[in-house]
Design a protein around this ligand. Structure first.
Ligand code: SAM
Length: 229
């Protein structure tokens, strides 16, 4: 059961502007791959999102390409396609290096931070974004979801992981510390703050197939897989 929101997290978070986010991730670079608490939740996401059955994946905020290379090495057939995008040139460079051996069917490009993804309607069966929605403004988050809906084929899966609200004593303490650091200076926590993903998924557009909070090293992450209706 989800914990009730406390007064700290009910307060609306001010998000970093895209130029500041870009600056942060341009200098953070490969340190992103040391975020140990992401491993367990992402493994759950890959399993629940049946990524091994995917034929065309779009990843919003692909970071270093760690997830892309894991998918390409282990799960993908040679007919499958991957497209990643990121606002940070450093991240795009790292991702391109990570996926270069699959360059015939895997690409990554730098965006300006806009929610729009440069591909046609209904051309992907998975839209993934891990630890990105939790640093977007609500307005951008909703626009990215609309893009995901446009891009996915009917029956395609939206696969999301995000920092979220604690569900146990330890994870609530971690959440409160995280939120306090964010309020002090969002840069300390890479602009990420706890959110509830399912709040944004409306049942006229999405059927939620999986939603759970995975706590890893005390950090609560929400994992959501939703089918495009
Ligand atoms: C916390 S990192 C997560 C990276 C990767 N998804 C992972 O799980 O390791 C957030 C990533 O989102 C990218 N990002 C942030 N805002 C973005 C936007 N508006 N458009 C595209 N990428 C964005 C950042 O540059 C960074 O690489």
């Amino acid at each position: 059961m989800r914990a009730p929101l406390n007064s700290t997290i009910r307060r609306k978070m001010k998000v970093l502007k895209s130029d500041k986010i870009r600056k942060f991730y341009d200098s953070f670079g490969s340190k992103q791959d040391k975020q140990f608490y992401e491993e367990a939740p992402i493994s759950v996401l890959l399993e629940q999102g049946k990524l091994n059955e995917a034929t065309s994946i779009v990843e919003f905020g692909c970071g270093t390409g760690k997830l892309a290379s894991r998918l390409l090495k282990n799960n993908f057939s040679s007919n499958s396609k991957y497209l990643g995008l990121d606002i940070s040139q450093t991240m795009v460079g790292l991702c391109q290096k990570n996926i270069e051996q699959f360059s015939e069917h895997a690409k990554c490009y730098k965006s300006e931070g806009e929610p729009k993804v440069n591909i046609e309607d209904q051309c992907a069966d998975r839209f993934i974004s891990t630890y990105v929605f939790d640093l977007l403004s609500e307005e951008d988050l909703i626009s990215v979801l609309n893009e995901a809906h446009r891009i996915l084929v009917p029956g395609g899966y939206l696969c999301l992981a995000s920092l979220t609200h604690g569900v146990s004593l330890v994870s609530r303490i971690v959440e409160n510390i995280w939120s306090a650091l964010y309020r002090l200076n969002p840069f300390i926590v890479g602009g990420c703050h706890p959110i509830q993903l399912t709040k944004y998924l409306h049942n006229d557009k999405w059927r939620i197939l999986y939603d759970s909070v995975v706590v890893s090293y005390g950090v609560p992450s929400e994992i959501v897989v939703a089918e495009k209706l």
